[in-house]
Design a binder for this molecule. Structure first.
Ligand code: ASP
Length: 334
């Protein structure tokens, strides 16, 4: 049996708008600023890499001879590993720079670090940083494409793309899906990028948090805010849970993690309020027993959490491929 074709009808991998690359941006610093068709294009491109990754012979190596530097100024498991695997599977030379072992610890400024990375003639830079806006600043100082792997509270665009791809594949489409995003919305770059991507792709997005963790005027982003998780879950197609970003909190935002779990934790009983086939998602790392119970996180049919990780590699391959097409002289991308 042929696997289903999840690509949108309007795009074929590598397709072009006459006279103009379909993805005209040099960098991927956020979902903000992307047109819906550009987001869809990246998702369509990622489809082909899922199949490549699942096959034994991972032979396509479009990034042969290019150097990818992953500069991570903040901890990471999934994002760093998946960018590394993505780069290597596509033939790039991949170098990882961990801030803990770099001159950043000796007081080097971010701009000096950026200029140094640039002088090494990297072909792609993937940056994670604890300050919102740091990745854009680096992008303005270097000559190669820059991908944001998470900057402070601001954005985590590849996470939003992999989440949208997971939803599209599991639910057939993003448009029209009722997606409930619950947890620490205030400090979550995942929430921000997902809200931008999912609303651009015409999902109905509900956001849920205690009022202390709900950003002011969030409804201006085209979402419906709730403080009552049970009410928000009514008819949900997708439930996306977020970790409490304790490292970004400098005060008492919640009375206790126990209290938070009781009101905002997703367990089997609460999940019954969503549609019977609703999908459960989490970007990881999970705090089991706080925002999500193990029974839900490990549910064989409902949980898409490991699938999100798989989609992460494909999405990052697509982004690295697309952003280097101009430099590689791919026809139509000059
Ligand atoms: N891994 C995600 C991020 O880097 C989510 C999280 O840390 O809670 O933002």
């Amino acid at each position: 049996m042929q696997p289903p074709d999840h690509r949108s009808a309007s795009h074929k991998p590598g397709s072009l708008i006459p006279g103009r690359a379909v993805f005209p941006h040099r960098d991927l610093t956020g979902i903000d600023g992307l047109q819906p068709h550009e987001i869809t294009f990246l998702l369509d491109e990622a489809e082909q890499w899922i199949e490549v990754n699942r096959s034994r012979a991972k032979s396509e190596r479009p990034l042969d001879g290019l150097t990818l530097i992953n500069a991570f100024f903040e901890n990471s498991t999934r994002t760093l590993l998946s960018f590394e695997i993505a780069g290597k599977r596509m033939g790039a030379d991949v170098v990882n720079m961990h801030a803990a072992q770099s001159s950043v610890k000796k007081g080097e400024t971010l701009i000096d670090t950026a200029v140094t990375l640039n002088a090494m003639r990297a072909d792609m830079l993937v940056i994670r940083h604890s300050s919102s806006g740091a990745v854009k600043l680096i992008a303005s100082k270097v000559d190669c494409p820059v991908l944001n792997a998470g900057d402070g509270w601001h954005e985590h665009p590849t996470q939003a793309l992999l989440d949208a791809l997971t939803i599209r594949r599991r639910r057939g489409s993003v448009a029209g899906q009722r997606v409930v995003i619950c947890g620490d919305l205030m400090h979550s770059r995942v929430a921000r990028s997902n809200i931008l991507a999912l609303t651009a792709l015409a999902a109905e997005v509900r956001v849920v948090a205690p009022s202390t963790l709900m950003p002011a005027a969030i409804e201006r982003m085209g979402v419906t805010p709730f403080t009552d998780f049970d009410a928000a879950l009514d008819g949900a197609d997708v439930v996306m849970m977020l970790r409490l970003q304790n490292e970004r909190m400098d005060g008492g935002f919640i009375p206790s993690t126990r209290e938070f779990h009781l009101r905002y934790g997703l367990n089997s009983e609460r999940l019954r309020r969503a549609k019977p086939d609703a999908l459960v998602m989490h970007p990881g790392p999970m705090n089991r027993g706080v925002e999500i119970s193990s029974a839900v996180a490990d549910h064989p049919e409902r949980s898409a959490i490991t699938e999100q990780v798989e989609m992460g590699v494909a999405v990052r391959m697509a982004c690295l491929d697309v952003l280097t097409r101009r430099a590689r002289g791919v026809e139509g991308w000059a």
